[in-house]
Ligand binder design. Structure first.
Ligand SMILES: Nc1ncnc2c1ncn2[C@@H]1O[C@H](COP(=O)(O)OP(=O)(O)OP(=O)(O)O)[C@@H](O)[C@H]1O
Ligand SMILES: [Mg+2]
Length: 258
């Protein structure tokens, strides 16, 4: 059965999608069967891994509504064992539609039941809100990975996120775990980056991944070529960092963290 990992932070632009795509790519390169769920109406994971919007007839939107099976929307990528459940901007309507539905928090969870046995890892790229779409992403997850950007306001909002996760744990999915935080866009020449790391160590009550993702122009360029950093520039320090992160995530397979 797949480990389902939600990549969540309601703060925008902290590296959620970059982490979903590149962690997914490296887990696949390490021999795992990986499915990325693009749960963001911005569709950045979909385009970033090279799936053209015009090639999408059915998306995660239809799968969440139960109109099609999730396996019917899955598309291949240039990594042999990496697949994506693509999104289109249709998904934006879901935040308004979900509140009126039965099992409104469980729509994605229920849709994933069908494919759970087909993958080792399912990574869910959540949008930058704490609305119903993200709630579905969290509730569908066994574990949550939180990218934290190495910048001044990064830790603001983290308390809200942890509180939301605690509420989900208490009321909806008691078995949900916090896998940990990963620091992104780290600039070692910038003292601020180091301060954020120190603050995170001081105040974040969960695991912090040893692999810190550096700020790297190549990581930002790769999506415009529809490629993971593994396919685009595997020698880049950003690539090496995501490779290490993938290895660290593999290392948590047998242990449980909270
Ligand atoms: N380590 C990095 N170094 C340089 N640029 C990065 C890095 N990580 C992400 N970026 C760039 O920063 C921007 C935001 O990253 P990304 O899209 O991964 O964040 P996000 O949290 O998914 O954003 P959103 O909240 O809008 O979904 C993108 O342009 C991305 O290419
Ligand atoms: Mg994103």
């Amino acid at each position: 059965m797949a480990r389902i990992i939600g990549i969540v932070n309601q703060k925008g632009g902290v590296g959620k999608t970059t982490t979903a795509v590149n962690l997914g790519a490296y887990l696949a390169e390490m021999g795992k069967f990986v499915l990325i769920i693009d749960l963001d109406p911005q569709t950045n994971a979909t385009s970033g891994i090279g799936v053209d919007q015009s090639a999408i007839e059915l998306s995660i939107y239809e799968a969440i509504l139960g109109k099609v099976k999730l396996s019917e929307i899955v598309q291949p990528t240039m990594h042999e064992t990496l697949r994506i459940a693509p999104a289109t901007s249709d998904l934006a309507g879901l935040n308004a539609e979900l509140p009126n539905m039965e099992r409104r928090e469980f729509k994605l969870h229920d849709a994933l039941l069908e494919v759970r046995n087909d993958y080792d890892y399912i990574l869910i790229d959540c949008p930058p809100t704490l609305g119903y779409i993200t709630l579905n992403g969290i509730v569908a997850s066994d574990e949550v990975l939180i990218p934290v950007q190495a910048e001044y306001y990064a830790l603001e909002g983290l308390a809200d996120l942890l509180q939301t996760l605690q509420l989900v744990k208490e009321n909806i999915r008691p078995e949900i775990q916090i896998l940990g935080a990963v620091l992104t866009m780290y600039d070692k020449r910038n003292k601020l980056s180091n301060d954020v790391l120190q603050e995170l160590y001081k105040h974040f009550p969960y695991y912090i991944f040893r692999s810190v993702i550096p700020r790297s122009v190549r990581l930002a360029e790769a999506p415009s070529f529809g490629r993971s950093i593994a396919a685009f520039d595997s020698a880049n320090p950003g690539a090496k960092a995501y490779e290490r992160l993938a290895r660290e995530v593999l290392g948590t397979e047998s242990s449980t963290r909270l």
